[in-house]
Design a protein. Structure first.
Length: 187
């Protein structure tokens, strides 16, 4: 085994240990905000620039379909991809709008409103296993919506509609690389 491979294995093992420790402690913070994967992938959208406004079509005020996304090829050893969309400025704290997992590892784009075969969706904080577009309270300053892509060392294998927490815990156990894109939306 090359020394770089050994370092990656050690870092992945440490990541899994930290996630297990957080779960054992009963941490009220979601794993996605406290644990970071080792590598990086690039995540962009042709619909909006990083830090820019998310077009109305992809919100509750429009067609409420997921925006098109593009990402760099996943690193070697990736068995699946996962994606979350979280409103960091929701009145009650972080609010999950979309949870996607078991996306085929060679996928480099998601078309507007669609997912590749084999992909699954967890239950978002609207209580549905699908995309729920940005929908901040009227009058609030624009909210930040964080799209996070994860390259995973293994498929998650959970059923469609699994809870966000269950999917996130599985994602954190297998994350080897991440990428983020932030969009904003206000009403």
């Amino acid at each position: 085994m090359h020394s770089e491979s050994v370092v990656k294995v050690v870092k992945a093992t440490c990541l899994a240990t930290v996630v297990a420790a957080l779960a054992a402690c009963g941490s009220s913070h979601r794993a996605t905000t406290t644990v970071k994967a080792v590598g990086r992938v690039t995540l962009t959208s042709p619909a909006f620039a990083p830090g820019g406004s998310i077009p109305r079509a992809f919100t509750c005020d429009g067609a409420n379909t997921s925006p098109p996304l593009r990402f760099s090829p996943a690193p070697a050893g990736t068995a699946a991809l996962a994606l979350t969309v979280v409103d960091q400025d929701a009145p009650g704290g972080s609010f999950t709008h979309w949870v996607v997992f078991d996306v085929p590892p060679r996928t480099v784009a998601l078309a507007q409103g669609s997912l590749p075969g084999g992909s699954r969706q967890g239950r978002n904080d609207f209580g549905r296993a699908r995309y729920g577009g940005p929908c901040p309270p009227r009058g609030d300053p624009p909210h930040r919506y964080v799209f996070t892509l994860y390259a995973l060392s293994r498929r998650i294998g959970l059923a469609n509609g699994s809870s966000t927490g269950t999917v996130e815990a599985a994602v954190m156990r297998g994350a080897i690389a991440t990428g983020r894109l932030i969009g904003r939306y206000g009403r």
